[in-house]
Design a protein around this ligand. Structure first.
Ligand code: HEC
Ligand code: HEC
Length: 281
């Protein structure tokens, strides 16, 4: 029995060898074409470990979607399709200067600003002033620490865990990879764009924005008939908000994100410079 098995195995091996020989024994052209992939494959396999090894030696990249995080920073419940939050957010009671209440007090931007600079930036005075700090200092932090802050593990009153883990990872990705200090691009006194190329902005606007907002930016009115707000209005009155909305998009609408389109900060600055020439009222 054992002997027969060994013999039949030997036969199978012989048969396999015969097949291999038959396959390789064709004309020489075949042999060289099968050899070619083998030599090109070799560098690929040696290159692979090098590319996979690199990330393990560096800090782990954030896992979330930074563009989604930017939209959440603007108005998370609209992005997540949740009910508008009611009552004041817990930290709100630590300030008395910003007289808003309820839903607005839950927006990240209401405390930290469109410029991410909190009381050190545009919300350092006026009706939005709270005295709360910005988040620009958090850009160099480990995403895990930013997640801990957003989910209330550092300060129990700063607990946004209702957004869920995925959304908080998106916010951490936004904060650690896409925060920008807009101050070099905006004159803080006049709010005018600094150094933008209006002609370049005009063609970017015509190709990307005019389809929805109209050639002069008045096709969509974000205000009302008596007090209209157009692209030109936001560009003139709140260039920091303009930067944020154009880079990330408008929550709950199909407005595209300039980051997702591959635009640079200078592209957005060019569109801002052009939009400041459009009708504001
Ligand atoms: C009601 C005001 C308020 C809202 C809304 C708010 N924060 Fe904060 N945030 C604070 C305050 C105040 C601090 C300072 C630390 C503390 O007291 O918790 C802070 C700190 C932070 C920090 C740490 C900054 C640093 O330098 O390390 C991050 C990151 C942050 N917030 C992100 C967010 C995000 C994301 C949201 C929206 C989901 C948000 N915050 C909503 C008030 C707010
Ligand atoms: C697919 C359509 C679409 C495109 C393309 C589009 N937007 Fe929008 N945008 C919208 C909608 C819808 C709104 C919200 C309107 C509202 O709230 O009534 C909006 C809002 C805005 C706002 C103001 C948001 C606010 O509430 O203050 C600005 C500023 C803006 N868009 C600028 C731009 C610029 C600049 C471009 C081109 C880079 C652009 N948009 C491309 C649809 C679009």
């Amino acid at each position: 029995m054992v002997e027969i098995k060994v013999r039949s195995r030997a036969l199978v091996v012989l048969a396999a060898l015969a097949l291999l020989l038959a396959a390789c024994g064709g004309d020489e052209a075949d042999t060289t074409t099968t050899a070619a992939p083998a030599t090109t494959a070799a560098p690929a396999t040696t290159a692979a470990p090098a590319t996979t090894a690199a990330p393990t030696t560096m800090a782990p990249p954030p896992e979330g979607d930074a563009v989604q995080g930017g939209l959440l920073y603007d108005k998370w419940w609209t992005v997540l399709g949740m009910e508008d939050p009611s009552g004041d957010s817990p930290i709100w009671a630590r300030q008395t200067t910003n007289e808003r209440s309820g839903t607005d007090t839950w927006r990240c931007k209401e405390c930290h600003g469109w410029d991410y600079a909190g009381a050190q930036g545009a919300y350092g005075s006026g009706s939005h002033f709270t005295g709360f700090p910005g988040i620009l200092g958090a850009q160099d932090k480990d995403p895990a620490d930013v997640i801990a802050q957003i989910s209330g593990q550092v300060d129990p009153d700063h607990d946004f865990s209702v957004l869920g883990d995925d959304a908080i990872a998106d916010l951490a990705a936004f904060i650690t990879t896409q925060l920008e200090d807009y101050s070099p691009y905006i004159d803080a006194d006049t709010k005018a764009a600094v150094g933008g190329d209006t002609a370049a902005g005009e063609s970017l606007y015509a190709n990307t924005c005019a389809g929805c907002h109209g050639a002069d930016g008045t096709a969509l009115n974000f205000g009302d008939a008596d007090d209209p707000e157009y692209v030109g209005t936001i560009a003139a009155d709140n260039p920091w908000e303009f930067f944020h909305k154009v880079r990330f998009g408008q929550p709950g609408t199909p407005m595209p994100s300039a980051i997702a389109l591959g635009w640079s900060i200078d592209d957005v600055l060019d569109v801002l410079a052009y939009a400041q020439t459009l009708p504001a009222e």
